[in-house]
Design a protein around this ligand. Structure first.
Ligand code: 13P
Length: 344
């Protein structure tokens, strides 16, 4: 892919009113989601579930791209069309998760570093042949007593930057995802501090590794209170603190910012994104959108429950959540639309 094409893909990923569906759960992670709806974790059930997601009519109005897992990129829709081809035909960019997961970081108890750099250039070349246009790598930062350590921040920033450079050289737009976990009883102030530290380290590493920021997309967590913290910050406070940190740390050249949901309820994830766009529309150098996994799929999984007869209801649930988040990218979402089940 030429530089021009990389720029075009990056821009298309964050086109107005659109965001990304993260459907790249590894076989182990989808097992947890299926266990919640009592569906057996077989290859065929995983294929059928993704087929339901990707054949939902009308989602391309709200979804610019879908992140796939290695197995899914090699699977086909019921009519024999490879998933990547099916998505592309519907105007949706196929993406691929290329990391190998967060693994224990030596000498840093309770912390991880994301692995998967070995052989990455070769895998990227194959993914490009299979139709992928962008990639994702998730780094995990945990807040706790005396952590994160500077060792953990540096190791993860370095891996993210090496990944991003390898992807761009291979012709894939990298989604750079440093997730500061919401697990723990830390305050929102602590989350803000750690997010600022992390993002500063990530952009320094991207610079050192010669990554072209215009051909990259950032996928951060929002600045929110720890799950177990007694004071849960309200929607506007989350929006203000998140945008403040992004302004301090993310260069204007970055093509766009797509948030992860990280365990927030689906409606709260939508409300937070909406507040940011309502409060700061027109005053930011990058579009703010979504790349939600759980916050887009939860209602859909519940409606599906592994049964073909539930496919229309599950697809309607996905379409509804996608539309709510599409409105949130424009600052036009209202909680009332949820109750009416309306997609205005
Ligand atoms: P969540 O929105 O469920 O956090 O998932 C997004 C994602 O892709 C995590 O890597």
């Amino acid at each position: 892919m030429s530089a021009h094409e990389l720029a075009t893909v990056a821009k298309a990923m964050v086109a107005p009113g659109k965001g990304i569906l993260a459907a790249d759960e590894s076989t182990g992670t989808i097992a947890k989601r299926f266990a919640g709806i009592k569906v057996e974790n077989t290859e065929e059930n995983r294929r059928a579930y993704r087929d339901m997601l990707f054949t939902a009519k009308g989602v391309s109005q709200a979804i610019s791209g879908v992140i796939l897992y290695d197995e899914t990129l090699r699977q086909k829709s019921a009519d024999g069309t490879p998933f990547a081809e099916l998505l592309a035909k519907n105007g949706i960019l196929p993406g691929i998760k290329v990391d190998a997961g967060a693994k224990e970081l030596a000498f840093c108890a309770g912390e991880t570093v994301t692995e998967g750099l070995d052989g990455l250039a070769k895998r990227c070349a194959e993914y490009v042949k299979l139709g992928a246009k962008f990639a994702k790598w998730r780094a995990v930062i945990t807040i706790g007593r005396d952590i994160p350590s500077s060792t953990c921040i540096a190791a993860n920033a370095h891996a993210l930057a090496r990944y991003a450079a390898i992807c761009q050289a291979a012709g894939l737009v990298p989604i750079v995802e440093p997730e500061v976990l919401m697990d723990g009883d830390h305050t929102i102030e602590r989350c803000e501090e750690v997010t600022e530290w992390t993002l500063n380290a990530v952009y320094e590493a991207l610079y050192l590794n010669r990554v072209t920021l215009e051909h990259s997309v950032l996928k951060p967590s929002m600045v929110i209170s720890g799950k177990g913290c007694a004071r849960q910050a309200g929607v506007d406070e989350v929006a203000e603190r998140t945008v403040r940190i992004l302004k301090r740390t993310v260069p204007a050249a970055v093509a766009g910012i797509v948030f992860l949901s990280g365990g927030q309820s689906d409606e709260l994830a939508t409300a937070h994104l909406n507040a940011m766009n309502r409060m700061f529309a027109g005053n930011l150098p990058w579009p703010l959108s979504f790349s939600y996994g759980r916050a887009l799929q939860q209602p859909c999984l519940k409606a599906w429950r592994g049964s073909a007869s539930n496919v229309p209801a599950a697809q309607a649930a996905l379409l509804h959540r996608s539309r709510m988040n599409s409105l949130a990218t424009l600052g036009k979402y209202q909680a009332g639309l949820e109750k009416q089940g309306l997609a205005a």
